[in-house]
Design a protein around this ligand. Sequence first.
Ligand code: BG6
Length: 537
Amino acid sequence: MTPARRPMPAYTPMPTGSVVLEGAPEAHAALRTTTPALMVIFGASGDLARRKLLPALYKLIYQGLLPPNFTVLGYARSDYDDVSFRERAQEGVERFADVEFDPQVWETFSQHLFYIRGSYTDPEDFRRLAGQIQALEERLDTAHNRLFYLATPPDVYESIATHLGQVKLARPTRPTSWTRLVVEKPFGHDLASAQALNDHLLAIFQEDQIYRIDHYLGKETVQNILVFRFANGIFEPIWNRNYVDHVQITVAESIGVEGRGGYYDRAGALRDMVQNHMLQLVALTAMEPPVAFDADAVRNQKVNLLRSIRPLRPEEVPRYTVRAQYAAGNIDGVEVPDYLDEPGVRPDSTTETFVAWKVEIDNWRWSGVPFYLRTGKALPRKISEIAIYFRRAPHLLFQSDPHLSQRPQRNVLSMRIQPDEGISLEISAKRPGPSVQIQPVHMEFLYGSSFGVAPPDAYQRLLLDVVRGDSTLFTRRDEVEVAWDRVTRILEGWRLEEEEARRSGLSFRLPTYRAGTWGPAEAGRLLARDGQRWRRL
Ligand code: BG6
């Protein structure tokens, strides 16, 4: 057992010299695109458009990263027109764009915002859409570049794609123009449905036209995992089973299901967070160096890594995974109801709001190094972190404080995805004083203090990459499917577990954890069996 952690004095190095400020235009020159385009947002009346997409586009125009005639055509079933859509967009931008609201930039942007009402299944509506696109292109000179963004519920993805194909919107209309399709998550709900969706989309679009979004890949801190690993010479030699004891990846949220009970109850934490975001974090942390920083090279290595995640047989699933539901509790003074009492949740639901998974990676670099993943809703705080636990020093020379462990401490490198974005290395240091007392301290890099800005929003980066035609930060077909393969095996193991319980006449109940705590006792036991414990966050 490691001793209780003492508060750690911080050792903060000087800010680095190569400062890239969010507002410094010259730093982004390479990213600036003069490519005009027309973006159709399906599901434009929804929350994603209002909170993320429109604010991100506004910011890109504000920063001069997209040309002023970048045009957005909202499409949804709700009853808006251009004027009311602009009003809704303005409210979203003012509230969520986290840059000053510049009336002049807004004027330019809003003059390029349009709305068309339509269903996702009626061919006539798609013919109207095609007509509207043509009219806007002629008027606004968007060079026939088209970007279709699926921000709808996933059950209409296939229908939208079919209709785009039927009205001849799926292929570029000029040799020099492009047509791209952005697909939001969830991409399928198991391996078979993800394969079917891929088959469907790929009968209409080509793989290089499809951008499958995982917004975690747009996070600056997630991209920094690769820079940290491959732009620094000192870490790569120790980034393997000879030096690393185990890895812990936590993606914790303090919110409950917050009005998304209907969706969430059909998904659960494994599908909602692990299949996509967390397996991406595993892939970036553990993959081999790519031969280049381009879409194919990076994604080839990610796929290789995902393939080397040990597939679980159904009977192994209970030994490697823990799932649980939150019970009523209190987070920061706010009462949280029982998950089963949340609106939209079935009263007898066995959907997990917490999951932990001991991932084994069967390759030369990581053999025998467990990656422990945990994620959940209604945990004490929002925090995402990757912690690399290095092996202990082989022998402790110093007589330590009797209250501290007599065993050498482990160095832990933690890559903080959010909040307090940064990287910190926990090392042992001598406490000032006449005797040798060893205490863990942190060497820290914080985005805020080193770069003077908070990292930009993920959607900004991802939307810009779609316009630039760079799919490095998007998931490829094989990547999505191998991730689903590993996750579907777990779902199958859980299904059999429930079926067996019912066959024996028992009612199946998931373990629970009180909202505002770090998950069920079973999660602690998963690590305790290996002599480990979860990091205190
Ligand atoms: C989404 C999930 O993909 O990610 C949500 O559907 C979750 O349930 C969200 O809350 C978390 O994203 P972030 O960027 O806040 O960590």
